[in-house]
Design a protein around this ligand. Structure first.
Ligand SMILES: [Zn+2]
Length: 509
């Protein structure tokens, strides 16, 4: 209760969120903090910080059995890791802080140590339970090591690629693949069956693609793993997506969206159609979820149909498409209409059937938020017209369009030089570059349909962020190609024209 009151006082939580979580706790008996994090009301990192302040003794109940620091070092320093989230690592130790700091420093990759109270009996149990990692690749420890490497490096995906006589593991870190490991094909075989088993896939099936998933808890973080097994000519390629609830719990303000106030206006409308556009991996789902989580779950019934559901939105009705039973995007929307909805989220609009049902839902007084695979606002409108949506329907219903991409941010600690914090890449974290328009009335949609542009384009936004030092030219070139240079040239020439005309004015006066 003390925790809840403090979170309310600091405005880290809304009263209705606490109320809902306490009711859930009454039934399930789970810890309040866990419920808040799982429901997406609170970030894990914030929970740890607040716990450390109000109930530090509660932290030594948490313990990290698969630590990112070698067990040998933990034993020598008589230390226990109680949590390992983001930039901080929480440690309870029997030895003096400066000694512990010095001993752990080589393994921290720039993270800070926060010391928590130590319970000697608990510490001893912890140290006894640590198992020294077996060095052999075929000890079954390969999968744990891989998961740990992926989580420590903030990877979003693991690709396990069988090849001729060996196999390769690649990690996608901030949007880019990196080679992580090369091993013998026998190692691949046991790794693949281990993963398929945990994901409850058909072990014997190697010809058809399969999907599955499970969640793991690592260093106090719960992460959901979505697994795809894809038969290729060299064997089954296994791709693991790591879905971290902490990245899901990001708010709209944390994403770097330039036209955010326009987007908020669009989705504040009680009915109509709003679009989030961009290619796969552009962070559309994160924006979609952050948008849904800002809505009051007490007041609005929210439904979503996705392929597949990636992140849970507390109290929303989320449905996976399932083609084998005929449940596609279009059918999903149709079903929601009978289930007393206020807001309907459509994972993807790619056919006229889905567009039709989405429009019908918007016309009958609901807010529909849908994603599309287009790279610009004008392109999104063109795409809807191409698949057969009438202009007059758009004029009545379209309220907002956002187009986005993700770009890597320059590491603040080293400014692109490469350091421990950014693991030598020069980039740390990602931000959204975007273009967004709010369409308050029919006239504004009419102008959009005529092709007139009133917003800053996504490339212009990207160049502006580069000029502020958020990202750099190399990264924008990776994401947009030569289009970036055209935008830079244009910006420079328009700036010099302005200067030139100013000179003319000066001369004239
Ligand atoms: Zn750095």
């Amino acid at each position: 209760m003390q925790l809840g009151a403090l979170l309310l006082e600091r405005k880290l939580l809304k009263p209705n969120q606490l109320d809902a979580a306490l009711r859930e706790q009454e039934v399930t008996g789970a810890r309040l903090g866990r419920i808040l994090v799982r429901n997406g009301f609170l970030r894990q990192r914030v929970l740890m910080e607040v716990l450390h302040e109000v109930a530090p003794q509660a932290l030594h109940e948490e313990s990290v059995i698969v630590p990112s620091i070698p067990p040998r070092v933990l034993r020598e320093s008589r230390s226990m890791i109680t949590a390992d989230v983001g930039p901080q690592i929480y440690v309870a130790s029997m030895r003096p802080a400066p000694v512990v700091k010095a001993m752990l420093a080589p393994y921290l990759a720039g993270r800070d140590i926060v010391f928590t109270p130590c319970n000697p009996a608990r510490l001893q149990d912890y140290l006894d339970s640590l198992v020294e990692e077996s060095p052999g690749p075929r000890q079954g420890g390969g999968w744990e090591r891989l998961i740990r490497a992926a989580m420590d490096k903030d990877a979003s995906d693991i690709h396990i690629i069988p090849r001729h006589a060996s196999y390769t593991v690649m990690l996608r870190i901030q949007g880019v693949l990196h080679l992580e490991h090369e091993g013998e094909i026998e190692e691949y075989t046991s790794l693949a069956s281990r993963i398929k088993d945990q994901a409850r896939m058909d072990m014997a099936e190697r010809r058809k693609p399969q999907d599955g998933g499970f969640s793991v808890e690592h260093n106090g973080r719960i992460v959901y793993l979505r697994i795809v097994a894809l038969p290729t000519t060299d064997g089954e390629r296994i791709v693991v997506r790591l879905l971290d609830p902490d990245s899901m719990n990001l708010g709209l303000d944390d994403l770097g969206i330039t036209g955010l106030s326009d987007w908020r206006k669009a989705v504040s409308r009680p009915h109509g159609l709003c679009l989030i556009c961009g290619p796969t991996g552009s962070g559309k789902t994160t924006t979609l979820n952050a948008t849904a989580r800002e809505m009051d779950f007490n007041e609005r019934a929210i439904y979503s149909v996705e392929d597949p559901v990636e992140y849970r939105i507390a109290y929303a009705g989320q449905v996976n498409i399932n083609n084998s039973v005929g449940l596609d995007f279009s059918q999903g929307v149709k079903t929601f209409m009978r289930a007393d909805p206020d807001v309907i989220i459509v994972g993807e609009v790619r056919d006229i059937e889905t567009a039709r049902n989405a429009i019908k839902a918007a016309e009958t007084g609901h807010l529909v938020i849908a994603t599309m695979h287009t790279g610009s606002i004008l392109g999104a409108v063109g795409r809807l017209r191409d698949i057969g949506v009438d202009a007059h329907e758009l004029v009545h219903l379209l309220r907002g369009v956002m187009v986005q991409r993700l770009v890597r941010k320059v590491c603040k600690a080293c400014g692109r030089a490469g350091c421990a914090l950014c693991r030598g890449t020069g980039y740390k974290g990602r931000t959204i570059v975007s273009e967004c328009t709010y369409l308050p009335n029919e006239a504004s949609v009419g102008r959009l349909l005529e092709g007139s542009r009133t917003w800053k384009t996504i490339v212009e936004d990207a160049v502006a962020q580069m000029e502020r030092g958020v990202t750099d030219h190399k990264e924008l070139h990776r994401v947009f190609g030569a289009e970036v240079d055209d935008a830079i040239d244009e910006a420079r020439s328009s700036a010099s024209t302005t200067n030139a005309s100013r000179e003319v004015l000066c001369t004239a006066s």
